[in-house]
Write a protein that binds this ligand. Structure first.
Ligand code: IVH
Length: 682
């Protein structure tokens, strides 16, 4: 019998896991940029499922073990909904998955208990993003993403641009049904993925972590022509409809193939577990030579009638399961270690490796994270090391093959001085990383500081990494304040600059002088002062002068400010170099205090969108108007085609409501509005 204490702990852990998994779901499905590997994710899910089995009193229909992850962006951004959502005729479920052959055997056993005589279809598990196609009278009528499993985004226009998806079916000896759905995966072959990331690097856009993210990101683009250029492909693996004239899954897919639909060549009929086993062992090797990513194999009961009898759980079919391959690793030789200095001065050891093939790409470099990690791995130059790809794009070293060590070589020394500027490195208590403290004199840190200054959420100046490199290398700018002294003639001496691009750049510098004080405070890059802290400090102290004059105690009085931030702020303002820098910014005309009208902006989530209000709210109307402006909205009087939202309180004006409905303008309630703004305030 568990004590109350155990139960309390269990409840806490369950909640923690649900929250963590929820966050990873959002990163994976919505942002297309996961931060942990699939394996790590699956382990979290397994832990949660085990805890919920042990403590059924804490089960919840909202748990990620029950609900399918959603690719619909509900992060509350009041942007125009890019795609129309439509209901799935049949819910779009996920698959149970495992890394353990024992569990595949157990799946087999569960099916046999229901029906001893059955066959299986073994297939590759394509690593892309799920799609549901509807064909009506032989024409592609609709394509929906999985969404939350119940409703998906209508991406038909985009899917029509994917080269191997037929717009119209071919006739064959098997007539196609008047209407059916066929589901599958949209994926990006490695070649297209490498090309896309190379292009993104040139355009200074962040690369996609893996082909899966690239595929789902590309499928959700707003411009179908661009989707067409991305080189996406499709494979279909599940035909559904009413009264279909097939008795097995494989027969259905064969028919689909005969209508010109893309069906994998690698589907095999298996009669027993031995055959499934052989298929798995075989493909664990062969998949490395495929031109696209696979992350496992799927085993399905082949007979449709038995499938029907087995049915579904809330989340997945009982007639199918997935066996996932362990993350691929490669063994290669460690040639040398570089020490890179990043934006914050953190020094990261990066391994140079003998080039090796890993999941379709050639790996030459891998991260070693920090000195502790190097010690933990007990790594020596010349060692044979294991490299793996996690959620991130940079592969990591996960182990050393000690049996291949030849000896005689000492472990590498982590440098004591900055490899770029020579300053003595510091390592703070409790931190794993070493830092170069020469923030204002170390070239990579200076550049990073300028990049932060110009970034969109800071001063929003039209310059990427290449531009900043050019300007610093030419000696035109030594810190961000020098941007305000740049002129046309100077810029035209730089390679590749034309009058037009220079004028655009200078205009964005000019426009940055209107950026409100909280963002300026964020832009100057005081350590630990992020966007939120900058807003809180600006709201509290109102001007840079009173912030600079604040004592540690006065700083710590501000809600979101703790000791570390208070120390960092006082240290910043006690450095003469910083005061000179701020003086230059002030004379350039930047805002060093809150606007006098008190129209203090909390955020710009509404981006200037026109919002009309009607009816009564829980706060006075004047307050409501201020709140709209504080979040970057524009309060306007009457509803027109230019109105973005009608914010309707109690007893809304019928005329305004009617007009908004007629013009298709989104009507939001006070609680909708609060939800939107609360989500962004943090
Ligand atoms: S069948 C209701 N077959 O993997 C059964 N899924 O982790 C639907 N996937 O949601 C799935 N290759 O997006 C099936 N040969 C295959 C697959 C496959 C990839 C994806 C699919 C599914 C996910 C589950």
């Amino acid at each position: 019998m568990d004590s109350d204490m155990d139960k309390k702990e269990a409840k806490k852990r369950i909640e923690e896991l649900r929250e963590t998994i929820g966050e990873h779901n959002r990163r994976y499905y919505v942002e297309n940029s996961p931060t942990i590997s699939d394996f790590e994710y699956d382990m979290l899910m397994q832990e949660l499922a085990a805890m919920e089995r042990k403590y059924p009193e804490f089960a919840s229909p909202d748990s990620p073990t029950v609900k399918v992850g959603s690719d619909i962006d509900t992060a509350g951004k009041p942007v125009k909904r890019e795609f129309v959502q439509r209901r799935h005729r049949y819910p779009m479920l996920s698959l149970g998955n495992t890394y353990d052959m024992g569990e595949v055997n157990a799946f087999f056993g569960r099916v046999r208990d229901v029906e001893p005589d059955f066959t299986m279809s073994a297939e590759l598990k394509f690593d892309g993003t799920a799609i549901c196609l509807t064909y009506r009278h032989g024409e592609l009528a609709m394509a929906l993403t999985r969404g939350d499993g119940t409703e998906g985004d209508d991406v038909t226009e985009n899917v029509l641009k994917i080269s191997n998806i037929p717009h119209r079916l071919e006739r064959s000896s098997v007539p196609f049904p008047d209407e059916f759905e066929i589901r599958g995966e949209i994926y990006m072959p490695y070649k297209a993925f490498d090309r896309l990331n190379a292009e993104r690097e040139i355009d200074e856009e962040p690369p996609f972590a893996n082909p899966r993210n690239a595929a789902s990101g590309s499928l959700k683009l707003l411009d179908p022509e661009e989707v067409g250029r991305r080189g996406l492909e499709c494979t279909l693996y599940h035909l559904i409809g009413e009264n279909l004239p097939f008795s097995t899954h494989i027969e259905a897919l064969e028919a689909a193939r005969s209508w010109g639909l893309p069906i994998s060549e690698h589907i095999r009929l298996c009669h027993d577990m031995d055959e499934v086993d052989t298929y798995i062992t075989d493909w664990d090797v062969r998949r490395k030579f495929l031109p696209f990513a696979t992350d496992g194999i799927v085993i399905k009961v082949n007979e449709l009638e038995i499938q029907k009898r087995l049915g579904y759980t809330a989340k997945s079919p009982r007639w199918a399961t997935a066996f996932k391959f362990q993350a691929e690793r490669a063994l290669t030789k460690l040639l040398s270690i570089d020490y890179q200095v990043g934006r914050t001065g953190a020094v990261t050891p990066v391994a140079n490796l003998e080039p090796v093939q890993l999941s379709g790409t050639v790996v030459k470099r891998a991260s070693l994270h920090n000195a502790d990690q190097m010690k933990l791995l007990d790594i020596h130059i010349g060692d044979y090391v294991y490299v793996e790809k996690g959620g991130e794009i940079i592969p990591k070293i996960t182990g050393v093959e000690l049996s291949k060590r030849t000896g005689g070589i000492l472990p590498p020394e982590f440098p004591a001085y900055c490899p770029v500027c020579g300053t003595k490195l510091v390592k703070n208590e409790g931190e794993a990383k070493s830092f170069c403290p020469n923030k204002d004199g170390c070239p990579p840190q200076i550049k990073a500081g300028i990049l932060h200054f110009v970034s969109r959420k800071a001063m929003n100046i039209n310059a990427g990494e290449a531009t900043i490199d050019q300007l610093t290398e030419a000696g035109f700018i030594k810190d961000s304040s020098d941007l305000y002294g740049l002129g046309m003639e100077q810029l035209l001496t730089l390679e590749g600059w034309k009058e037009r691009s220079a004028a655009k750049f200078l205009a964005s510098i000019e426009a940055s002088k209107q950026v409100p004080f909280p963002r300026v405070l964020f832009a100057i890059g005081i350590r630990y002062v992020g966007e939120t802290t900058a807003k809180a400090l600006a709201r509290h102290f109102k001007s840079i002068d009173s912030l600079a004059a604040a004592t540690r105690e006065e700083l710590a009085d501000v809600d979101e400010v703790g000791d570390i931030i208070a120390d960092s702020v006082t240290a910043y303002f006690s450095d003469l170099k910083h005061l000179e820098f701020l003086l230059k910014l002030r004379s350039a005309g930047l805002k060093m205090e809150l606007d006098p009208d008190g129209g203090e902006k909390i955020s710009d989530i509404f981006g200037g969108a026109a919002i009309v209000i009607t009816g009564n709210f829980s706060i006075p109307r004047e307050e409501m108007k201020k709140k709209i402006e504080a979040f970057g909205g524009k309060n306007t009087g009457s509803v027109s085609a230019k109105t973005a939202y009608l914010l309707a309180g109690e007893k809304p004006g019928p005329e305004k409501m009617k007009k908004a409905e007629k013009l298709g303008i989104r009507i939001i309630s006070e609680s909708d509005f609060n939800e939107m703004t609360e989500r962004t305030e943090g």
